[in-house]
Design a protein around this ligand. Structure first.
Ligand SMILES: [Zn+2]
Ligand SMILES: [Zn+2]
Length: 413
């Protein structure tokens, strides 16, 4: 799907030192020599650098660029348009440096920042808050739509190396000048502020914090499940955090479980607490019932990467139904598709989902400046899909289908 444009990262095995090549979206590092498996954890975002060419005597400075990949939705009066989004941009204000990292050859292998004391000095990135960096991006690209909503799959920082010689700034990969002249007054204080970067990737052994069992997991999984004590963990914040999860249990064997986020959201500006409220707000062709008066309303999204059209379709078709009530927490599901979309990004979907459910989109867009969504609680729910046909997976409870190609699943599943 979008993997074609990913960078590769060179990293040594923390146990035996063997060189390992991983994809920039990988979170689990497996060593085929010593069989070590560790989780690549950070408190915020991953930081990579592009190695400079050899034999440059000048000081190397590393310039930070934000890298964002994901889905972008634009809300308009009568419809929602969407596309993939893949961008990188300078992470501080300096007009004399290129705003975009530009195209880099995919053969270029990146490395994790940290533990490379002598390699050069790193300039700190600004806009560390999500909204600040997106606003900066919108300003520079003069995107006309304020109603553009971004759901990120990947957010990281890539440092590119430069050096100063003969009054010019040089790209330290190609050894070519970036500009004919440099704005000394502007760039000098920035370079002077550069430091040795202290950030380092953390390696966490993949052992269940509850029972000590080995935790299996696909290499790009953001959440790992313990099949021994039936728990789920988010290892990305340097310590494992327990995740609420439940399973829509299916007894038959030819099933794969796809993860979805179920989110309880406080909505201000509109009455949307119960399923009856949704019927009213979205003008659904259903009669409110006494039971639905007490049925909480939840937003849903896929918890995995998928194309923008299917993502929205699944948000809509799960959110428009009352939540399932026959969920189990004491059933050990096998064959779980990896969680690759964090709940923090899933929580950007609320306005898009709600808009897509409404016939009169203009009414919601008029309201949207006063609408506020606050995520109060979230749970991962594993939904069962039958694997009996080659082309598609079929939700065993709801009958909805999921194209296998959209999930990058081969017919061998
Ligand atoms: Zn090893
Ligand atoms: Zn366990």
């Amino acid at each position: 799907m979008v993997n074609g444009s990913n960078f590769q990262i060179e990293q040594q095995c923390p146990q035996c030192g063997a060189p390992i090549l991983i994809d920039e979206t990988d979170r689990i590092l497996s060593c085929k020599f010593c069989r070590t498996r560790v989780y690549l954890a950070t408190e915020d975002h991953l930081r990579f650098y592009i190695p400079p060419a050899k034999g440059i005597p000048e000081t190397i400075y590393f310039i930070p660029y934000w890298r964002l990949k994901g889905l972008s939705y634009t809300l308009e009066e009568t419809n929602i348009s969407y596309k993939y989004f893949d961008a990188n941009f300078l992470s501080f204000d300096l007009s004399s440096l290129p705003y975009s990292l530009g195209l880099r050859p995919q053969a270029l292998k990146l490395k994790f920042v940290g533990g490379n004391g002598g390699i050069g000095k790193f300039i700190a990135s600004s806009y560390n808050k999500r909204e600040a960096l997106l606003n900066n991006f919108r300003t520079h690209t003069s995107r006309p739509h304020q109603q553009e909503i971004f759901i990120g799959e990947t957010v990281s920082v890539i440092y590119t190396p430069i050096y100063c010689a003969n009054g010019c700034i040089y790209d330290a990969v190609l050894k070519t000048p970036l500009f004919p002249k440099i704005a000394d007054a502007e760039i000098e204080p920035v370079l002077a502020s550069a430091q040795v970067e202290k950030w380092q990737i953390k390696f966490i052994p993949l052992l269940c914090p509850n029972c000590g069992a080995n935790l299996p997991g696909e290499k790009d999984a953001l959440i790992v499940f313990c099949p021994n004590c039936n728990s789920a963990w988010n290892p990305s914040d340097k310590d494992f955090t327990k995740i609420n999860f439940s399973i829509w249990r299916e007894e038959r064997a030819d099933v794969i479980y796809l993860p979805f986020w179920q989110m309880k959201v406080k909505v201000t500006g509109i009455q949307l607490e119960t399923y009856n409220d949704l019927i009213k707000v979205a003008n659904l062709p259903k009669a409110p019932t006494e039971a639905w008066k007490h049925t909480p309303f939840y937003f849903w999204t896929p918890a995995f990467k998928i194309n923008p059209s299917l993502f929205l379709r699944w948000c809509r078709q799960l959110t428009v139904m009352p939540a399932p009530v026959d969920l189990s927490t004491d059933f050990s599901a096998k064959n779980i598709y990896p969680v690759t979309l964090p709940v923090t990004e899933a929580a950007e979907s609320f306005l898009i989902t709600l808009t897509s459910l409404m016939v009169d989109k203009r009414r919601l867009l008029d309201l949207s400046s006063s609408l506020k969504f606050t995520l109060e609680d979230s749970s991962l729910v594993l939904h069962p899909f039958a694997t009996s046909t080659k082309e598609e997976l079929i939700h065993t409870k709801l009958g909805f289908t999921m194209d296998r190609n959209a999930l990058n699943l081969g017919a061998d599943l």
